[in-house]
Design a protein around this ligand. Structure first.
Ligand code: ADP
Length: 246
């Protein structure tokens, strides 16, 4: 297990990985990388890497068929090689709960009413974990749904704000999460002014909460802008390779 650092913020105001308090990890996004899924995305925040893949909408089995909308299913799973020690591949209670929490964060945004009696499956596979996997998963799910062409009310994304050595820090990594004083993951769709996942592990004062919330919403707005750029450039590549010149 990782050791607790002596200090989370050094004399120059930098964090354990050299970032400033308001600095995100380097973010990478890629869509459409899986041939056999209807939509897919790979998102990295620093060392945390998550892939999301969409199957559907396809006709539901009778037992889960809903007459007025699609049933949305989410499976969050950590690959056995994603953690420092091999993780048992069998879903843990944490993974089952996170699957539910993520499903609830997608439900207000996905326009399931367009596809009655069908099932939309969202598979989230954590390939490498260094904190913040649920928020990276939300960003990957947003891109994968868009890549699948499933109507969503707006793009959404996630980030976790934490508190270490009394300082609010954005996009916490595993060691800041594990030994810090607070961990506040948020998923939101800034264009709808809508928060669909809010959790707080630890204690924040009212003022700290307000500041942490503003930090998170700012970060998510930037992340969603990156999603838009990623999707736009994926369409440009398609156009180039397609037969549009004819
Ligand atoms: P999140 O990944 O959304 O921050 P947690 O706060 O539950 O969710 O977990 C924080 C971090 O702890 C994870 O990102 C991961 O790096 C690590 N972690 C969680 N579960 C395990 C596990 N079973 N084995 C090893 N590391 C884990």
């Amino acid at each position: 297990m990782m050791a607790r650092p002596e200090k989370f913020i050094d004399e120059s105001g930098r964090r354990v990985d050299g970032r400033l308090p308001n600095e995100l990890r380097p973010i990478k996004m890629q869509v459409g990388l899986l041939k056999n899924a209807n939509g897919s995305a790979l998102v990295e925040y620093g060392l945390t890497k998550v892939i999301a893949a969409i199957y559907g909408p396809r006709e539901s089995q009778k037992s889960v068929s809903l007459p007025d909308r699609a049933s949305l299913r989410v499976r969050y799973h950590m690959a056995p090689f994603s953690t420092e020690e091999r993780k048992n591949p069998v879903p843990t209670r944490r993974e089952i709960e996170l699957s539910k929490v993520l499903r609830e964060s997608l439900e207000p945004i996905v326009m399931t009413n367009y596809f009655p009696r069908t099932t939309i499956d969202v598979f989230v596979e954590v390939l490498q974990s260094d904190g913040g996997t649920r928020t990276v998963a939300a960003t990957a799910a947003s891109l994968a749904l868009a890549d699948a062409g499933i109507p969503i009310k707006a793009l959404f994304g996630g980030v976790a704000v934490g508190k270490v050595d009394g300082v609010l820090v954005v996009d916490i990594n595993e060691v800041e999460d594990m030994y810090g004083d607070a961990d506040m993951p948020i998923v939101a769709a800034p264009d709808l002014n809508l928060v669909t996942l809010y959790q707080l592990n630890g204690v924040l004062s009212k003022d700290e909460f307000q500041e942490a919330f503003d930090i998170a919403m700012n970060a998510i707005t930037g992340i969603v802008n990156m999603e838009k750029e990623t999707l736009k450039s994926s369409y440009q590549v398609e156009n180039k390779e397609g037969d549009l010149e004819k």
